[in-house]
Write a protein that binds this ligand. Structure first.
Ligand code: NDP
Ligand code: GDR
Length: 327
């Protein structure tokens, strides 16, 4: 019988790639979406447009236990991938309360509903390298203590602990993927990599003059989202639920990304980059670098895309996008 997967956050970057991967593996794919998404498919479901007739979308809310219970009771999915979250860190500083409410309660509601109504469902939680925040060790592994620097990071630590606790207390199959930054042509425009590649394309095509960025010295371990959704699936196929760091083990600064993105389009970043201090965060994460030895050993996972391949993919895609859409 075909496996069934329920994905929260299916409209996002990772949700769309994961859906495509699971469809290739013959899963029946279901997604939890906000009701408004079904009313405005062109804008809100753009990442899913190629597979809309192959997946099932259900209107529900991460803020409503009742709506989650109804869905879990009805579907009793083989696997649940919980990717839905307020994931933008600048916004977490602007609205701490909704970030904490959605991210912590959403995770708790799902776990509680699984325990009560579908204890055989496997559960994946989208934890994050943001949990390491002001890093206490370099590189970061599954054993590195957390020191979050935003309500987003705090909400992910809470989700991580809830997931681990439900695994230990109720013997459920629950695992945490501690994923480092991963990007793609489907990245939201508010995140720095997409902001850069979109601006590069607009500058190249003469519709933007410069690019304003905040902290360009921040360093990240950037991978490609296509590789990272494979790791999520692999975690769910193990005999034993465990937590894994997923990263490339290579680090670059925002400035490095900018330089390479402009160079890929045949431009010199120095002519266009402007620093805007208003874009700095009240508390930023200055450096992140992961160690994926455990994933390599147990999941046999490693990233296929290099940093250079990622930048090239995003710039090429944005040049095509801007040329076609004109914005
Ligand atoms: P996106 O921001 O692209 O997608 C977030 C998803 O969550 C969207 O589908 C969004 O739906 C949904 N969502 C947000 N708020 C709510 C809500 N109140 N109710 C229901 N759904 C909601 O994120 P990514 O795909 O990049 O990331 C997926 C997950 O992985 C997130 O949990 C993120 O925090 C985490 N993560 C991401 C990393 C990365 O580098 N990309 C690294 C580590 C962790 P809608 O379209 O309706 O807004
Ligand atoms: P991050 O990603 O905060 O790491 O969270 P983001 O791309 O937003 O920022 C990365 C770094 O770039 C610096 N920066 C800017 N960032 C943005 N967005 N816009 C700017 O103009 C700008 N200028 C400099 C930031 O200060 C920061 O240091 C992402 C999200 O996907 C989370 O959900 C996920 O958990 C983590 O990655 C891992």
């Amino acid at each position: 019988m075909a496996k069934t997967a329920l994905i929260t956050g299916i409209t996002g970057q990772d949700g769309s790639y994961l859906s495509e991967l699971l469809l290739l593996k013959n899963y029946k794919v279901h997604g939890l979406v906000r009701r408004v998404a079904l009313e405005d498919k062109t804008h809100r479901l753009w990442r899913l447009r190629g597979i809309l007739n192959k997946i099932n979308l259900h209107a529900a809310s991460l803020e409503s236990y009742a709506s989650i219970v109804k869905l879990i009771q009805h579907l009793k999915p083989t696997e649940i991938y919980h990717l839905g979250a307020q994931s933008y860190i600048d916004y977490a500083f602007k609205d701490e309360f909704s970030t904490l409410n959605t991210n912590i309660n959403g995770t708790h509601y799902l776990l509680s509903a699984i325990k009560e109504f579908s204890p055989k469902s496997k559960f994946y939680f989208a934890a994050s390298s943001e949990m390491y925040g002001k890093v206490l060790e370099i590189p970061q592994t599954e054993k590195t203590p957390f020191y979050p620097r935003s309500t987003y990071g705090i909400s992910k630590v809470a989700g991580f602990d809830l997931t681990r606790n439900y695994r230990e207390a109720y013997n459920l199959f629950c695992c945490n993927g501690i994923l480092f930054n991963h990007e793609s042509p489907r990245r939201g425009f508010e995140f720095v990599t997409r902001k850069i590649t979109h601006a590069v394309a607009r500058i190249k095509l003469g519709i933007q003059k410069d690019l304003k960025l905040g902290n360009i010295e921040a360093k990240r371990d950037w991978g490609h989202a296509k590789d990272y959704v494979e790791a999520m699936w692999l975690m769910m196929q193990q005999k034993k639920p465990e937590d894994f760091v997923i990263c490339t083990g290579k680090q670059h600064s925002v400035k490095d990304f900018t330089k390479l993105a402009f160079k890929t389009a045949g431009l010199d970043y120095k002519k266009y980059l402007k620093i805007d201090k208003n874009l700095n965060r009240p508390a930023d994460v200055q450096t992140l670098l992961g160690d994926h030895s455990k994933a390599k050993k147990i999941l046999k996972w490693k990233n296929k895309h290099s940093f250079e391949m990622l930048v090239k993919d995003m710039v090429a895609s944005d040049l095509e996008f801007v040329e076609k859409e004109g914005y």
